[in-house]
Design a binder for this molecule. Structure first.
Ligand code: ZN
Length: 96
């Protein structure tokens, strides 16, 4: 239980994030701030980010992301659901 996120109850208000332009240009301009490119093994995900397992683009939210959340990856049109992996990290899985 050393992951601070794991200790948050569902009642804890979600942290909010201000999204800035990331240079991601594969979606219409108004949606660009919600995506960024994954930089590889040296990259880390913020509390408001989750990696799309299909196209490896990082999906960003203006709120903290938690297990059970549904997110949409516009670049590859995948509907995803966020789960907590065995290693304690947040992961997105394709939702059918
Ligand atoms: Zn994707």
């Amino acid at each position: 239980m050393n992951d601070p996120l794991k200790q948050l109850s569902e009642d804890t208000p979600r942290q909010r994030f201000v999204l800035a332009e990331t240079g991601f240009n594969e979606v219409p301009k108004k949606y660009r701030k919600f995506y960024r490119r994954w930089q590889g093994s040296g990259d880390t995900l913020a509390l408001n980010e989750v990696l799309c397992p299909v196209c490896r683009v990082v999906i960003r939210s203006s709120r903290e992301i938690r297990p059970g959340d549904r997110v949409y990856c516009m670049p590859c049109m995948s509907r995803l659901v966020v789960i907590r992996s065995a290693t304690g990290h947040l992961e997105a899985r394709v939702a059918y």
